[in-house]
Design a binder for this molecule. Structure first.
Ligand code: ACO
Length: 428
């Protein structure tokens, strides 16, 4: 990092602050001494101009539609890599050798079972509980089971907890699904791939053999790669903030899952498919585009727009291609895909969406594939959480390893009453 200087005049005096440069991307002005020198805070609700940390994991250029993990473009990773390899890359910084990859995959495979006592937790939930509600509870509960990997000051324990979280998330998500449909839990099998194992734990029943379809396995693996990490998004920032107090990793990831659930974030894939179902046929699209543009109507095109991407989300490009592959392999068609393609075409030629730089995001097409594979909409965000877990733990670990790490504690612009005296209830 090279340090330059920036000068800010707060109306009373000029203050000089350092400017830091990363390897790529915008420079940042280091305002850490601003309050001490001026008695003033910066004001940035929604953190639209605030870099909260240093990170060497993921880079996004939203204007150009670029997404890099450890320097590698997401398109290349999605086409040529595997989710296990991307997990290794995110956790260790470099692509693994063949031996390192097989050792890592073996380690993850060996951690896929959950403590048998944990399965009892599920029975405490209503059968119609949303899988994300179950995920929040069960992942948080992991800290009550794996005490030997909650000492965050020990790098080895941090590594084990990362492996455990990545490995157990498919088991936990599949169990949430099984519970909701009233079928028995299916235990993991070590001879299957990470993604093949998840498909089997989700869709197999004890009454018959289940064969993993390799095209579906590859498509889902690619979806996991596309969701692996995304810089300092809301859920990742939540994980970092929770972790900044020294909370254990299982509790921090549970916090990330809670944040991801919202429809403005990970819940958008479920909301996007529900929206496409509501629109139904292409002839109804203009009505919904008009609603999305109407300031007095809260309706938004779900799966459209992004805080950072002001260009086509590179993940949506891969996702659209994957829909075609899955449909061809499964020999299915879905009129909603035609509706989605037409909606994209109409929106991208509409001045409202052009001017505001609103493009399809990763969630626009993911629901169509997941639904073709057989997942109910309620599972979509749980799948996102499963895949994002590697990003969350890598970011959490990066933060804990940083010697300059501090508890996250933003300030505020107070707009409440000034100090006043308490009035007894008899005098009010
Ligand atoms: N449909 C219609 N108008 C939209 C949409 C949309 N999907 N998204 C943004 N706009 C408009 C807003 O009304 C606003 O207009 P204005 O400037 O006239 O007030 C302008 O575009 C900017 O929108 P903001 O909400 O200020 O942008 P922000 O960066 O805060 O929000 C967000 C980004 C939350 C993703 C937003 O685009 C949205 O709600 N999209 C739909 C939900 C969605 O798809 N979320 C998934 C995000 S990706 C992910 O989490 C994996």
């Amino acid at each position: 990092m090279s340090d330059n200087l920036a000068t800010l005049n707060d109306g009373t005096k000029a203050i000089t602050m350092g400017v830091k440069s990363g390897t790529i991307g915008p420079d940042v002005i280091d305002i850490r001494k601003l309050y001490a020198e001026t008695g003033k805070f910066t004001y940035d609700p929604g953190f639209t101009s605030t870099a909260s940390c240093d990170s060497a994991l993921t880079y996004i250029d939203g204007d150009e539609g670029v997404l890099l993990h450890r320097g590698y473009p997401i398109g290349q990773l999605a086409e040529q890599s595997s989710f296990m390899e991307v997990c290794y890359l995110m956790l260790n910084g470099e692509l693994p050798s063949a031996d390192e990859l097989s050792q890592f995959s073996r380690t993850i495979t060996r951690h896929t079972m959950v403590h048998e006592q944990l399965s009892v937790f599920y029975r405490g939930f209503r059968r119609d509980a949303h899988p994300m509600a179950i995920m929040c509870g069960v992942v948080g509960a992991l800290s009550a089971f794996y005490h030997d990997s909650t000492d965050i000051s020990d790098p080895e324990q941090r590594k084990i907890s990362a492996h455990r979280l990545i490995a157990k998330m498919p088991t936990i998500a599949a169990m949430a699904f099984k519970y909701s449909v009233g079928q028995p839990f299916v235990y993991p099998r070590n001879d299957l791939s990470y993604t093949g194992n998840f498909l089997r734990m989700t869709f197999a029943v004890p009454a018959e053999e289940y064969e993993v379809n390799p095209v579906v396995e590859r498509a889902l693996d690619r979806i996991f790669i596309l969701h692996a990490d995304h810089e300092q998004n809301a859920s990742t920032s939540t994980v970092r903030l929770a972790g900044s107090s020294g909370a254990n990793p299982f509790a921090c990831i549970a916090a990330g899952i809670a944040c991801l659930w919202g429809p403005a974030h990970g819940g958008a894939n479920e909301a996007a498919l529900n929206m496409l179902k509501e629109i139904g046929t292409p002839d109804r699209i203009p009505h919904y585009i008009a609603r999305a543009k109407d300031k007095n109507d809260p309706f938004r095109l779900m799966g459209f727009g992004h805080r950072v991407y002001k260009n086509y989300d590179p993940r949506a490009t891969v996702m659209q291609k994957t829909v075609r592959e899955v449909f061809e392999s499964l020999k299915v068609t879905d009129p909603l895909f035609e509706t989605a393609l037409r909606l994209e075409e109409l929106a991208l030629s509409d001045p409202y969406f052009i001017d505001k730089k609103l493009f399809p995001n990763v969630d626009f097409y993911s629901g169509i594939i997941l639904s073709a594979i057989g997942f109910p909409t309620t599972m979509f965000t749980a799948l996102f959480a499963l895949a994002r877990t590697v990003g969350w733990v890598a970011q959490w670990n990066e933060m804990i390893s940083d010697p300059g790490q501090k508890i996250g504690r933003p300030r505020q612009l107070y707009t409440g009453p000034v100090q006043r005296d308490y009035v007894p209830v008899s005098e009010r």
